[in-house]
Design a protein around this ligand. Structure first.
Ligand SMILES: Nc1nc2c(ncn2[C@@H]2O[C@H](COP(=O)(O)OP(=O)(O)OP(=O)(O)O)[C@@H](O)[C@H]2O)c(=O)[nH]1
Length: 769
C-alpha cells in the first residue's frame, strides 16, 4: 500500500504516532508493521488494502480467467463503455471541461460558463449555491456518446468537487469509476490538491489520463507541468501532443504519435481539422515522440524490447503500449488544450476511448457474507446475478434519488432487488440515467453501467443484489474534525430534522448530535466551508434559519505513559448496596482502544466482566480531562473483588469508569488537537505577508515552491489556529491567495491550551452541579 494512503486510512493512529514520537522510549513506534496491523483490524478497510496490495500483473491474470466466462455480446457492449471521473485541484477547469465534453458530444446544445454573464451557469453545477460560489459541491453524473473508429462509445461522467472540504464526494466518485481524467492547469501545474486527488486515485486503483488545461493563459508551459507530474506525483508521464501556437494564439495540437496537426476551428472549436504538421514544429514533435517511446520503454516490456533492439515501434505498437501501461497504472498519457478557449477537447475524448479501461478490464470484488466474508471476484456479465452499489444519495423533486453502479448482472425497471444490509426486497419502480439534474427513463441497465433509481431507503455504500448475499466494501469515511453548535427557531424544528436527516444520509462526513450537557445541537464535518455550506442549504432549501456558535475543534484525549489502578466502588445507604473493586493497568497503544481481562479464580464473574467492558467503552467516549473521546488506550483488569449481595453489573460498570479515570490521570494524560496539512498559493509579491501570517499562527513551514508568478507554501498547522484563515489570507493577499487544508493527524495541544481547556471543562461541570 502506498504510504500516502495511510494517512487517510488511519488518521487517528497516525495522530498517536506523532504523540508517541515525543516519548523517547517509543522511538520504534513508526514501524510500518504496527501501522499496517492497526489498519487491518477493521474489516471494511481490509478490503481496500487487499486491493491496493495486489500488483496489476496478479490482477490481470485473474481478469483474464474471468473474461473467458464473459459472453461475446457482453464483451462487445462493455468495450464501448467508459465510466470516467474528472478530478483536479480547485479551479483547474473541470466543470468548464465537462461542459465542453457535453457540448461536443451533442448532449447539450449550448455552452454556459461557470461564472458566465448569461447567469445560467455550467450544466453540471446545478445547485444555486454552486453557481454563486463558482465551485462544485456535489458531484453530478451524466452520460454522453462519442463516435470513434466507427464505434459508438458510451461515457458515464462524474464531475467531482475540487475543494478538500468535499473530499467524500471525490472518494465516492473514484470508488465507482474505471478511469479518470486528471485536469491540471498549464500555468499553476501540479498543485496541492492535484497531489491529494492523485493519492485518492491510487487508493482506488483508478488509471488516468492527464489533460493540461488553460493552455491559452499567459505563462502556460505544458512541459514544465509534465516534469512536475513525473517528479511530484511520481508517475511516469509523457506528452502525446505538442501545442500549435501558445497562449492567445493557441490553435490546436500536433498528435505526435500519428504525426498530424489537429486544428480547432469553428466559433466554438467544434471542428477538428487535420492538416500537415507545421514545419517549425517538426523537430519538437520528433523530440517529444522519442521521449514518449523512451518513457514507455521504462514501463512496458514490449516497447522495452523494441527499444533495446534499437528499432522504432509502429504507431499501433505505441498505442497498444500506452493502453496497457495506462490501465496498469504505470503511466499517464498527457494531452493539452484549453476548455475555455474551445481548443483540443475532442482529442481527450478519443484518448478516453483509446487508453482508459472498459468495465471488463478492471477487477472488482465483493465479500461473500454467507461464506465468512471471503472475497469474490465479480464478473461484469449481464447473465451473472446482480450486484450493484449505491454510491450516492440525493433528495430530488421526486423523493430520494439513489445512484447505483451495476458491477454484474442487470437492473430492470419493475424488478425486485434485495437490500443486502437489511435483507429487504425492494421494487425498482423507476430507473433513470442522470444528466445533471435532469433524467431520462430507461427500462434496464446492464453490467458496468451507472444509473439512478427512486424510492429506495438506504445509505450510501450499501449493496443491492437479486438474492445473493454479496456486499461491496463500504467506503472509508474520515472522522470529522470540526463542529459547530447550532440553534434554530422552534417553528423551524420539523424542517430542521428533515434537512439534517437528508444531509446525513447523503454525506456520511456530516454528522449531527445533541449534546445533553450543553442542551445544544452540534453539527460536525470536515472543515469550516463544509459546515457553512450545510447551514446555508438549510436556509435556502428548507427555510430553516439558524444561529451558529463559534466553530469548535474535535479534541481527543490520550495518555503518554502507563499506570496501575485499584479502585473500589462502595455505596451503603439503606436498601441494596453497591460494591465492586477492580484492579489492573492502563497503558497507551497504537490503534483502537482495547479492553482485556486477566482475572483468575473467578474473583469477578463473567457477567460482571462484561459490565466492566461496557464501563471501559463509556469511559473512552468521554475522557476524564475534558470529556472528549479517548484514543489509543488499553485497559487490563487482572484483579478485583465482589460482594455476594451488593455487587451488580451496575456497580462493576461504575467501578470501571472510576478505575479508568484513576489510571488515566496518573498516566501523563494529554489533550490532542487536529493538525492540518495546509497549502497556500499566492502571487509572489505577497510571499512576505503570507509567511508572516503563518508564523503568527505558529504553523510549521515544510516547503516553499517558487514559480514564475506564484509561490506555494506547504505547512502544518493546528486547526485551532486556522479559524477564519480564509479571511486573514484574503486580507493579506488582496484576495488573491488560495489555500487548501486537510486533516493530517492528532497531536498534543500546547500545555497552556490544555490547562485552559481543562479549566473550562471543570467550570462547566461545576455549573451543572
Ligand atoms: N484561461 C482559461 N480559463 C479557464 C479555462 N478553463 C476554465 N477556466 C476558468 O477557470 C475558472 C475555474 O473553472 P471551473 O471549470 O469552475 O473549475 P473547476 O475545476 O470545476 O472548479 P471547482 O468546481 O471549484 O473545483 C473559471 O473562471 C473558468 O472560466 C481555460 O482553458 N483557460
Amino acid at each position: 500500500m502506498a504510504v500516502g494512503s495511510l494517512r487517510y486510512l488511519i488518521p487517528q493512529s497516525l495522530g498517536l504516532i506523532s504523540r508517541k514520537l515525543i516519548s523517547p522510549s517509543n522511538t520504534n513506534i513508526l514501524s510500518s508493521n504496527i501501522i499496517k496491523s492497526s489498519i487491518l483490524k477493521s474489516p471494511k478497510r481490509l478490503f481496500h488494502s487487499s486491493l491496493s496490495n495486489k500488483t496489476y500483473e496478479e490482477e490481470k491474470e485473474v481478469l483474464d480467467t474471468l473474461l473467458e466466462k464473459l459472453p461475446e455480446s457482453d464483451k462487445e457492449h462493455l468495450s464501448k463503455l467508459r465510466n470516467i471521473g474528472i478530478s483536479a485541484h480547485i479551479d483547474s477547469g473541470k466543470t468548464t471541461f465537462t461542459e465542453r465534453v457535453l457540448f461536443y458530444t451533442g448532449r447539450i446544445k449550448q455552452i454556459h460558463e461557470v461564472r458566465g454573464n448569461d447567469k445560467v451557469g455550467a450544466k453540471m453545477d446545478h445547485m444555486d449555491l454552486e453557481r454563486e460560489k463558482g465551485i462544485t459541491i456535489q458531484s453530478a453524473a451524466t452520460y454522453c456518446s462519442w463516435d470513434k473508429d466507427d464505434k459508438n462509445y458510451h461515457f458515464n461522467l462524474i464531475d467531482t468537487p475540487g475543494h478538500i472540504d468535499f473530499t467524500i464526494e471525490v472518494e465516492r466518485a473514484l470508488r465507482v469509476l474505471d478511469g479518470a481524467v486528471l485536469v491540471v492547469c498549464a500555468v499553476a501545474g501540479v498543485q496541492s490538491q492535484t497531489v491529494t486527488v492523485d493519492r485518492q486515485m491510487r487508493r482506488y486503483n483508478v488509471p488516468r489520463i492527464t489533460f493540461i488545461n488553460k493552455m491559452d493563459r499567459v505563462g502556460a508551459d505544458p512541459f514544465r507541468v509534465i516534469d512536475q507530474l513525473n517528479k511530484k506525483l511520481r508517475i511516469p508521464a509523457a506528452a502525446l501532443q505538442i501545442p500549435i501556437g501558445m497562449e492567445s494564439d493557441l490553435q490546436g495540437v500536433v498528435n505526435i504519435i500519428d504525426r498530424v496537426a489537429l486544428y480547432s476551428e469553428g466559433s466554438q472549436g467544434e471542428k477538428i481539422v487535420q492538416k500537415e504538421v507545421p514545419a517549425e514544429l517538426v523537430d519538437l514533435m520528433e523530440e517529444k515522440r522519442s521521449l514518449l517511446i523512451e518513457t514507455l520503454a521504462d514501463v512496458d516490456d514490449e516497447i522495452a524490447e523494441i527499444f533495446l533492439d534499437e528499432k522504432v515501434p509502429s504507431v499501433e505498437q505505441i498505442k497498444a503500449a500506452i493502453r496497457r501501461s495506462t490501465i496498469a497504472r504505470k503511466f499517464t498519457p498527457v494531452l493539452m488544450g484549453s476548455a475555455l478557449a474551445n481548443r483540443s477537447v475532442q482529442p481527450v475524448l478519443d484518448a478516453i476511448c483509446d487508453y482508459l479501461p472498459d468495465p471488463s478490464e478492471v477487477l472488482n470484488k465483493a465479500l461473500d457474507i454467507d461464506n465468512n466474508e471471503t472475497s469474490v471476484n465479480l464478473i461484469p456479465s449481464s447473465k451473472e446475478p446482480l450486484v450493484a452499489l449505491a454510491f450516492k444519495l440525493e433528495e430530488g423533486n421526486y423523493g430520494q434519488l439513489t445512484y447505483l453502479r451495476v458491477y454484474q448482472g442487470k437492473l430492470k425497471k419493475g424488478g425486485y432487488i434485495k437490500h443486502v444490509k437489511t435483507g429487504k426486497k425492494i421494487k425498482v419502480s423507476r430507473l433513470v440515467r442522470m444528466h445533471s439534474e435532469e433524467m431520462e427513463d430507461v427500462p434496464e441497465v446492464g453490467s458496468g453501467e451507472i444509473c439512478a433509481t427512486f424510492g429506495i431507503d438506504c445509505s450510501s455504500g450499501d449493496t443491492f443484489t437479486d438474492g445473493i448475499n454479496y456486499s461491496m466494501s463500504s467506503m472509508y469515511v474520515p472522522d470529522s474534525v470540526i463542529s459547530l453548535s447550532i440553534k434554530t427557531d422552534t417553528k423551524d424544528s420539523a424542517n430542521f430534522s428533515k434537512a439534517v436527516s437528508r444531509f446525513q444520509k447523503e454525506d456520511p462526513t456530516f454528522r449531527v448530535n445533541y449534546d445533553v450537557e450543553s442542551s445544544q445541537t452540534v453539527i460536525s464535518g470536515m472543515g469550516e466551508l463544509h459546515l457553512e455550506v450545510y447551514v446555508e442549504r438549510m436556509k435556502r432549501e428548507y427555510n430553516v434559519h439558524c444561529t451558529t456558535g463559534k466553530p469548535q475543534v474535535a479534541y481527543r484525549e490520550a495518555i503518554l505513559g502507563a499506570s496501575p489502578f485499584d479502585y473500589l466502588h462502595k455505596r451503603q445507604s439503606g436498601g441494596a448496596g453497591q460494591y465492586a473493586r477492580v484492579a489492573g493497568e492502563i497503558s497507551s497503544l497504537v490503534g483502537e482502544n482495547q479492553f482485556e481481562t486477566k482475572v483468575v479464580g473467578g474473583k469477578i464473574p463473567d457477567k460482571f466482566l462484561f459490565a466492566c467492558e461496557k464501563g471501559f467503552n463509556d469511559a473512552c467516549e468521554k475522557g476524564p480531562l475534558i470529556g472528549s473521546k479517548v484514543l489509543g488506550c488499553k485497559m487490563i483488569i487482572n484483579d478485583g473483588q465482589m460482594h455476594i449481595v451488593d455487587s451488580s453489573e451496575f456497580s462493576f460498570r461504575t467501578a470501571t469508569i472510576g478505575a479508568f479515570k484513576q489510571g488515566f490521570l496518573n498516566s501523563n494524560p494529554v489533550v490532542l488537537e487536529p493538525i492540518m496539512q495546509l497549502a497556500v498559493t499566492s502571487p509572489n509579491e505577497f510571499q512576505g505577508n503570507v509567511n508572516g501570517l503563518l508564523n503568527k499562527l505558529l504553523a510549521i513551514i515544510q516547503e516553499t515552491e517558487n514559480g514564475p508568478d506564484e509561490f506555494t507554501i506547504y505547512a502544518e498547522c493546528s486547526l485551532n489556529s486556522l479559524f477564519g484563515f480564509a479571511t486573514s489570507l484574503r486580507a493579506c493577499t488582496q484576495g488573491k491567495g488560495e489555500f487548501t487544508m486537510e486533516f493530517k493527524n492528532y497531536s498534543p495541544t500546547p500545555p497552556q491550551l490544555q490547562k485552559q481547556l481543562i479549566a473550562e471543562y471543570q467550570k462547566k461541570l461545576q455549573a451543572k452541579k
